[in-house]
Ligand binder design. Structure first.
Ligand code: GLN
Length: 486
């Protein structure tokens, strides 16, 4: 087995026992990237030289006998909306085509402090708006399991590089499903942490009240290891808070006997493909066989989740993206004398059509006369969705659902119909609206050998519960460390 085929947990042990060096490992992963990246196109930037230098530094520390954290020397890819000091950070937008941040996001600092080796910046839908990676201004990313299929989005690059063996683990961000849906489409594990668990400082904001950074890996253990690195309160993000748990990795325990698992009937109804429904229901049977109590619940407000999400997220986006004006940094339209025209042209030429659509929608729902009818009503409905989840967690410990109505579709299949694209987010957005944690992992394959994912949703700060339940299924199903044959 090549090094790039191993999980972060396995690599951590090999590094600690000095059976391999961080440089050897980085070289192996970079060689795999050289071999497959032209087909996958999961990265915007591959940071080869910096990665080798970082790996060398870790090897020197280890040789000097310094005690090192578990993931020291393990390669990691980072979504291109997370600021990395001295490394191009584009958000896959023409608007930031030349933006090199002068500072690190808090999570990037944490990766460095833990000795992780950044392999590059992963492709995404522009400013994290989209579900297929087709909105990238750079290039689309291809699903490693079927290269004519989308990898999902918006963190499609982060999921694809892990599925392709171009990095064992990666970071993405999730505002309405952008970690979970690509994890599902690419057959990897992805965790959207509780809102506030991970600092958003240095994450280019899309919708600040919904955005969360989270990990991808090819095993539940790897997601636990990377979660331990990034979770924690940060004085640079006033919405972050201290998690009421210690190491998630140390707390892993695959015993699900007596665990109460709710299956919300609204998530299994019309619009969900037969293969996805069957795949997730088969996982529910596995849990039953493992001694969990599985029963139907109802979350009727899910019907309103999509409009609530698209109103709130677009409203926040219209405000957050006002800073990109062609003056301070990034793209500037050329040959213009008048300041208003400079704003208009820089924004019209710098933003892609989906980003412009969201800004217009957000500005509309916040404008006087419509604010009460749309924005205020969506906020009120958000409170009801939160209450509905709270009620559900009185009855069950975790909720099991599909991740998306279908498995990965073909590139170009939905890109001309924004509403159809939005409809694909129906199973994921309510988790962000309610600020909850949720984890996705593979539970099977469809007739075309494309991965099917399942979603476990927990109460606030229920991350350990999700990881433990996920580990139990992973062990029972053997669906772990799936690398696409490329
Ligand atoms: N697909 C959703 C959207 O386009 C979610 C995006 C995300 O989570 N960043 O808004």
């Amino acid at each position: 087995m090549e090094l790039y085929q191993k999980t972060a947990g396995e690599l951590s042990a090999l590094l600690a026992s000095k059976e391999i060096s961080a440089v050897e490992l980085a070289q192996d992963v970079l060689a795999r990237t050289d071999a497959v990246e032209a087909r996958v196109q999961g990265y915007v930037t591959v940071t080869k030289d910096a990665a080798l230098a970082q790996a060398k530094a870790v090897d020197n520390q280890r040789a000097a006998g310094e005690p090192l954290p578990p993931l020291a020397g393990v390669p990691v890819a980072v979504k291109d909306n997370i600021c990395t000091k001295g490394i191009l950070t584009t958000c896959a937008s023409k608007m930031l085509y030349n933006f090199v941040p002068p500072y690190n996001a808090t999570v990037a600092d944490k990766l460095a402090a833990n000795g992780l080796v950044i392999t590059g910046k992963a492709n995404m839908d522009e400013f994290a708006m989209g579900s297929s990676c087709e909105n990238s201004a750079m290039h689309p990313t291809h699903n490693p399991h079927g290269l004519d299929h989308v990898p999902g989005g918006s963190s499609g690059g982060s999921a694809a590089v892990v599925a392709a063996g171009e990095a064992p683990i990666s970071l993405g961000s999730d505002t309405g499903g952008s970690i979970r849906q690509p994890a599902s489409f690419c057959g990897v594990v992805g965790l959207k942490p509780t809102y506030g668990a991970v600092s958003r400082f240095g994450l280019v904001a899309f919708a600040s009240s919904l955005d969360q950074i989270g990990p991808f890996g090819r095993s539940v253990e790897d997601v636990a290891l990377l979660s331990d690195v990034i979770i924690g309160q940060d004085k640079m993000d006033s919405t972050s808070c201290a998690a009421p748990f210690g190491s998630l990795h140390a707390g892993l325990n695959p015993d699900v006997k007596g665990l109460k698992i709710g299956l919300p009937k609204e998530y299994f109804g019309a619009g969900i493909s037969e293969e996805v429904r069957a795949g997730v229901l088969a996982a529910a049977e596995t849990y039953r066989a493992l001694g969990a109590e599985v029963f139907e619940i109802s979350l009727p407000l899910v019907e309103y989740a999509l409009p609530i999400y698209y109103i709130l997220s677009s409203a926040e986006a219209s405000s957050n993206l006002a800073r990109f004006d062609g003056v301070k940094y990034g793209f500037r339209a050329q040959g213009i004398e008048d300041i208003t025209e400079l704003y208009v042209q820089s924004r019209s030429q710098g933003f892609g059509s989906e980003v412009q659509r969201r800004i217009m929608l957000g500005t509309y729902v916040l404008s006087s006369g419509y604010y009460d009818a749309y924005y205020k009503k969506a906020r009120a409905a958000q409170r009801r969705i939160k209450a509905e989840f709270n009620g559900a967690f009185q009855k069950c410990d975790v909720i099991l659902t599909p991740v998306a109505p279908t498995t990965a579709y073909k590139i170009g299949e939905k890109s001309t119909d924004p509403l159809e694209m939005y409809a694909g987010d129906v199973c994921t957005v309510s988790v962000n609206i309610a600020g909850l944690p949720a984890m996705v992992q593979p539970c099977g394959f469809d007739a075309h050998k494309m991965p099917i994912g399942m979603q476990l949703i927990g109460p606030r700060f229920g991350e350990q519960r999700l990881l433990n339940a996920g580990l139990a299924f992973e062990q029972a199903s053997g669906l772990k460390n799936i690398i696409a044959a490329l």
